[in-house]
Ligand binder design. Structure first.
Ligand code: F6P
Length: 345
């Protein structure tokens, strides 16, 4: 019986997941180890949705978005029964290790499975949000920023033709990485991030000032969790609760545009980029990073580096404890924010 290593992808999908899966299978092939694809995140391990991955099953998937394994937000610790089922399926498939590809929630579960139940687990960080500690970048982020940049470029021309303020709402959960990188790359005039609550009065003044200076249009990039400063209550408690409701962010762009119109008299329009930011083909950077993470994860399994995850440090791929990546999120780098701010005011 050859070594059998499971791989699962959990949480929100992101470009580069298929590149990781392919890299793990290809790196394993010469060693004789079998890679078992677990469907739909932790759910597949609970429900016994597991199948062998071959050279054939990963052929042609490098440029594909999403994940051929499917994903879910199921957590093994959600239900006491889950752990018993995982144990049963683990034995049934004679797994000797598990590679878990995920964001903060999925990797926290991986850390717990190793720390509390001694499952031999190795992690790979992924998310378009780039909000994971323990690694300089996650794959998926570069693709999301590329989508935002392209959108901001396109919105420039229509904003200019109509002399409008264009508000572009982007993802990122509680961090402003996508907004700041996309805003800098696209040449946005205003970038609003969760790490720095914004003052509507300042945004309005700045947009009016731009108009007075002869700029016929403005581009505002707002992160989905960017919040007005506590002194500013233009949203009202109900709207506030609606936008920042439990776990599903979205809508701040519309309120911002409404407020810009009423406070400045300028015409504003909104584009919420939504899920296009995490769909579709990965950029070359994300394909390379995901491939390097996949190869490294297999080598970490060979070296029995349990409870660790792959990480990008500078240009090196290294192994760091999963503990570094979970339980807290990585806020936007202040240096990046300072660069974005130079163009705002
Ligand atoms: O974590 C990635 C992310 O795309 C966030 O930026 C966004 O808030 C969230 O996922 C949306 O996730 P869901 O798939 O649960 O709607």
């Amino acid at each position: 019986m050859s070594t059998r290593i499971g791989i699962l992808t959990g949480g929100g999908d992101c470009p580069g997941l298929n590149a990781v899966i392919r890299a793990v299978v290809r790196r394993a092939m010469p060693t004789g180890a079998e890679i078992m694809g677990i469907k739909n995140g932790w759910r597949g391990l609970i429900k016994n949705e597991i199948e062998v991955l071959t050279r054939e099953s990963v052929r042609g998937i490098l440029p594909r978005g999403g994940t051929i394994l499917g994903t879910s937000r199921v957590n093994p610790e959600d239900d006491a029964n889950n752990l018993a089922l995982i144990e049963e399926n683990w034995k049934k498939h004679q797994l000797s290790a598990l590679i878990v590809v995920g964001g903060e929630g999925t990797l926290r579960a991986a850390r717990d499975m190793w720390r509390d139940f001694s499952y031999p687990v190795v992690g790979i960080p992924k998310t378009i949000d780039n909000d994971l500690c323990g690694t300089d970048f996650t794959f998926g982020f570069d693709t999301a920023v590329t989508v935002v940049t392209d959108a901001v470029d396109r919105l420039h021309s229509t904003a200019e033709s109509h002399h409008r303020v264009m508000v572009i709402e982007v993802m990122g959960r509680h961090s402003g990485w996508i907004a700041a990188y996309g805003g800098i790359a696209g040449g946005a005039d205003v970038v609003l991030v969760p790490e720095h609550p914004f003052r509507m009065s300042r945004v309005g003044e700045f947009l009016r000032h731009r108009e007075e200076q002869g700029h016929a249009f403005s581009i505002v990039v707002v992160a989905e969790d960017a919040k007005p400063h506590e002194d500013e209550n233009f949203l009202g408690p109900e709207t506030y609760a609606e936008i920042y409701r439990h776990n599903r962010l979205g809508g701040i762009g519309y309120y911002l545009a409404r407020e810009i119109e009423s406070s400045t008299g300028l015409e504003a329009r909104v584009t919420n980029l939504g899920y296009v930011q995490r769909g579709g083909t990965p950029t070359a950077f994300d394909r390379v990073l995901a491939t390097r993470f996949g190869v490294k994860s297999f080598e970490m399994v060979e070296a029995c580096e349990w409870g660790q995850m792959t990480s990008l440090r500078g240009n090196q791929i290294v192994s760091v404890p999963l503990d570094e990546a979970v339980d807290k999120l990585k806020p936007l780098d202040e240096d990046i924010y300072r660069v974005a701010e130079i163009f705002f005011g």
